[in-house]
Design a protein around this ligand. Structure first.
Ligand SMILES: *[C@@H]1O[C@H](CO)[C@@H](O)[C@H](O)[C@H]1NC(C)=O
Ligand SMILES: *[C@@H]1O[C@H](CO)[C@@H](O)[C@H](O)[C@H]1NC(C)=O
Ligand SMILES: *[C@@H]1O[C@H](CO)[C@@H](O)[C@H](O)[C@H]1NC(C)=O
Ligand SMILES: *[C@@H]1O[C@H](CO)[C@@H](O)[C@H](O)[C@H]1NC(C)=O
Ligand SMILES: *[C@@H]1O[C@H](CO)[C@@H](O)[C@H](O)[C@H]1NC(C)=O
Ligand SMILES: *[C@@H]1O[C@H](CO)[C@@H](O)[C@H](O)[C@H]1NC(C)=O
Length: 450
């Protein structure tokens, strides 16, 4: 059972290092075994690492981040209150065509910020234990004192009051995996400085939640749907898999599509889970798989599934029946070094990378390329159908922040008993406060500051 789980977690790349990875897998499962179960999974039952993959491909070309100007952040009009939101959308829609691309807010660098973060572990009640690095005893705090500086402009700090005023009677949803939950918690922490959120719903596993900000009648949801398409996931409460994931490439996950109409704004993202072993279905018929040795199925590659899934999602989101404002976030790179998450990888850097100092890994580049291609197509369709579709291109700015993951401090005082304890590191999610807060500044910029 453990073996099954371990190997499930280690999908193959399209470049097929199968034997190597299989051996790595077998060895690592022997070494980690039960410890993995205890350390790696949230007590509530969801894998902490929504992604789990093993790639050692180092070499990347220099133009990983050449992003065409089509993806530059749009400038927006400034509605003077939320009642004009429909016009706001339309205006923005038209505006996005002739934006002279004054400033690409996604291209820039992290610069020192003596002011530090907008909130702390004391002021925010919503930080998930695994990302509460301060509380968990992370000794250094330098990672808190950087801000994102776009090359050609300033990024305004998120104005929580302005946001809540603008979003009166509105609803937002973040749809995706545990990185989306990480993101929503950051937003909650920022907004909590103006009004405390009231949790009004959570699912059994606390993976999907909804909050209300009563005095603004603003609703914020996070919906856990790691693939966004219909998937049968056979993971028990400890995240242990008893069978391969069955992924239906022609069906969306109704958990979110059913609710979608009720949201004025959606931010969706995905990706990492597609790297796992899965059997691919279409028309209820097995078409192939990704990393399923011994099954005598055609290896279709995660790229096949991810592209199909994105096409399905974008088709749905840009159909004329959809309302609202849709933001798609690009893939998030991790920063495991000296190993992977399951083999002692760590992330102990304490300062950001400078531009050009690090390359995107091959798998992230492949994923991002698919995202950009499908987004570009969908953006056109959206324009025709009056749906505002925006790209939140956080990949590059996230890549530059190896210093801001929980690392070993995903658990409380991990070295309290033993200074040399071997601790499973989290080099994928982000400490709160942390650089993920700037994702919200970017969203704010996309919405109102133009
Ligand atoms: C604010 O909105 C009102 C309508 O609600 C409009 O008449 C007015 O021109 C707007 N002001 C600005 C500065 O956009
Ligand atoms: C916040 O973090 C500090 C350490 O930086 C810790 O002493 C304190 O107990 C934490 N407070 C909460 C409420 O988590
Ligand atoms: C709150 O907002 C919803 C729309 O999201 C609206 O239907 C409802 O009437 C609002 N409630 C109040 C008290 O204004
Ligand atoms: C799916 O099945 C339907 C009828 O069962 C058929 O008409 C359709 O061509 C099939 N599509 C694919 C992609 O196999
Ligand atoms: C694998 O599948 C092919 C076609 O579906 C079949 O011809 C072949 O016999 C299978 N091989 C094994 C070892 O089952
Ligand atoms: C930091 O991580 C690297 C790579 O995993 C490791 O070789 C090094 O010993 C670590 N340094 C410290 C101070 O933990």
């Amino acid at each position: 059972m453990v073996k099954n789980m371990r190997c499930e977690g280690i999908p193959l790349t399209h470049n097929h290092k199968s034997n190597y990875i299989f051996i790595k897998c077998a060895v690592s499962l022997l070494l980690i075994g039960l410890a993995f179960r205890l350390l790696f999974f949230h007590p509530n039952g969801f894998p902490l690492f929504s992604s789990s993959y093993s790639f050692s491909s180092p070499s990347i070309s220099e133009d990983d981040f050449v992003v065409s100007s089509t993806f530059m952040a749009p400038q927006s009009s400034k509605p003077n209150d939320s009642s004009v939101s429909v016009d706001f959308h339309n205006t923005q829609n038209q505006a996005s065509q002739n934006v002279a691309a004054k400033c690409d807010i996604f291209s820039g660098e992290w610069i020192p910020n003596p002011l530090g973060p907008a909130y702390t572990n004391e002021s925010c009640p919503e930080i998930e234990a695994h990302q509460n690095c301060m509380k968990n005893g992370r000794p250094d705090s330098g990672y808190l004192y950087w801000r994102w500086k776009p090359k050609d402009c300033e990024l305004h700090r998120f104005d929580a009051k302005k946001f809540l005023d603008l979003m009166r009677d509105k609803s937002w949803a973040f749809i995706g995996d545990s990185i989306s939950r990480n993101h929503v918690q950051s937003l909650l922490c920022i907004l909590a400085q103006v009004e405390l959120p009231v949790e009004v719903y959570h699912d059994k596993e606390y993976r999907s939640k909804r909050w209300n900000f009563p005095s603004h009648n603003f609703t914020l949801s996070v919906i856990w749907t790691p693939f966004l398409i219909h998937a049968a996931i056979f993971e028990d409460i400890n995240g242990v898999s008893s069978s391969d994931i069955q992924l239906h490439l022609d069906k969306l996950d109704e958990t979110w599509t059913d609710q979608c109409k009720s949201f004025d704004y959606t931010v969706f993202a995905g990706g990492k889970w597609f790297l796992k072993t899965a059997i691919y279905y279409e028309n209820e018929t097995i078409q192939g798989c990704h990393y399923c040795p011994g099954k005598n199925l055609t290896e279709l590659g995660f790229e096949h599934a991810y592209r199909k899934a994105l096409q399905l999602i974008f088709n749905f989101m840009t159909s004329p029946k959809q309302k609202g404002f849709v933001i798609f976030r690009t893939t998030t790179p991790d920063h495991f070094e000296g190993g992977e998450w399951f083999s002692g990888g760590t992330c102990n850097r304490t300062v950001p990378f400078k531009d050009g100092e690090v390359d995107l890994r091959n798998v992230d580049r492949v994923m991002r390329d698919i995202e950009l291609e499908e987004f570009k197509k969908a953006e056109k369709v959206g324009l025709e159908n009056g749906v505002v579709l925006k790209l939140l291109d956080t990949t590059h700015l996230s890549l530059l922040r190896p210093d801001a993951h929980p690392g070993p401090y995903r658990t409380f005082q991990p070295f309290a008993k033993d200074k040399n304890a071997k601790i499973q590191n989290d080099c994928l999610h982000w400490c709160l406060p942390g650089p993920i807060d700037y994702w919200n500044d970017l969203i704010m910029e996309m919405l109102v500051n133009g």
